[in-house]
Design a protein around this ligand. Structure first.
Ligand SMILES: [Zn+2]
Ligand SMILES: [Zn+2]
Length: 352
């Protein structure tokens, strides 16, 4: 079967590998139907985020159960499922204190980062990390379960209320999911972005999208500051401290290891500002599957679907030339790879 491997030279390569087999009574063999390309995959390939060489990448996935181990009760062959890639052991300090997303075993268990992922035709997973998909949610839409589960986990840590004015920095998939989720809660949403493509696309979904390439984010918000600012870029903290209102929250969900910020703790004290960092999901898969069913806007962020053999074109759409390592223009939002299909190749824009 075909797999996209992060090889020993730390380059993405398509290889033929044997179909995996169940190794425990609690294992399930999944025929992977769709896996989304995440910002994390791009960071790994740009060498900005560490991953284990030799593993299969990919972690935002859905599929069909093909075979189950003898002790598996929750799923059966033929079931449609979403896969939770954030394995947690259940017995370490963090797992036992409501923080499974910081599980002590994470450094070697994270699907598609430190453990084999799902840019592949078949994948074996422990049954407790599977969630049933309703019939009216497609496999492609179901690739949004994982990123939206991270969004919901992050929002639950803020003080968000329907009357909030929310600023989101970044109109990539995560930024748009934050925008759609907060708007559905009743919030007034502003999105800031620098990529021309992403600005144009975000304007199909949101009324207030600001171009930060031409206008600094500090120059546009003279009327009223924001109650909640969300940084999906991971590098805007210093500026965001100036646009968040008194008593407001700053939520950092982007990863930029080169970014540093100088802040005055007294400003936080004087103004009651909270800075919150959040990563991964935390028991938020089940609620998010309900959100995806009930809000038809989320699926609009999927702009491209590629068969696995065209993986280079898929990454090129997201501004990464895998052959040269060079960065180019971004021309897509959420891009999905079909590990089992060789003929589908879909292009579309948001809002259709
Ligand atoms: Zn992801
Ligand atoms: Zn644990």
């Amino acid at each position: 079967m075909k797999a996209l491997i992060f090889n020993e030279s730390e380059i993405l390569e398509i290889v033929d590998i044997p179909k995996p087999t169940l190794s425990s009574d609690n294992d399930v063999l999944i025929q992977v139907k769709a896996t989304g390309i995440c910002g994390t995959d791009l960071h790994i390939l740009k060498k900005e985020y560490p991953a284990q060489p030799g593993i299969i990448l990919g972690h935002e996935s859905s599929g069909i159960v093909e075979e189950v181990g003898s002790r598996v009760k929750n799923v059966k062959p033929g079931d449609r499922v979403a896969l939770d890639p954030t394995y947690h052991c259940g017995i370490c300090f963090y797992c036992q204190n409501d923080r499974p997303n910081y599980c002590a075993e994470k450094h070697h268990t994270e699907t598609g980062v430190s453990h084999n992922g799902t840019f592949v035709e078949y994948h074996v997973v422990n049954a407790s990390f599977l969630h049933h998909l309703p019939d009216d949610l497609s496999f492609e839409e179901a690739t949004l379960v994982e990123p939206l589960a991270c969004v919901l986990n992050a929002l639950r840590q803020t003080q968000i209320r329907p009357e909030f004015r929310v600023l989101i920095v970044g109109a990539g998939p995560l930024g748009l999911l934050f925008g759609l989720a907060t708007r559905s809660m009743g919030c007034e949403v502003t999105i800031g972005e620098v990529s021309d493509y992403r600005i144009e696309q975000a304007r199909l979904l949101f009324a207030d999208v600001q171009n930060y390439k031409n206008n600094d984010l500090l120059s546009i918000n003279s009327v009223r500051r924001f109650d909640l600012v969300i940084d999906t870029s991971g590098k805007s903290l210093e500026k965001l401290i100036k646009v968040v209102d008194r008593g407001g929250d700053i939520l950092i969900t982007g990863l930029d290891y080169s970014s540093e910020a100088k802040i005055k703790p007294s400003h936080l004290t004087d103004n009651g500002i909270r800075i919150i960092g959040s990563i991964d999901s935390n028991l938020t898969f089940a609620p998010v599957i309900k959100m995806l069913r009930h809000n038809q806007d989320f699926k609009k962020i999927i702009t491209h679907i590629f068969p696995i053999k065209e993986y280079e074109a898929a990454f090129q759409i997201l501004g990464l030339d895998l052959k040269t390592g060079q960065r180019g223009e971004i021309k897509g939002n959420k891009v999905v790879i079909h590990p089992n299909t060789f003929e589908i190749n879909t292009f579309r824009t948001l809002n259709n």
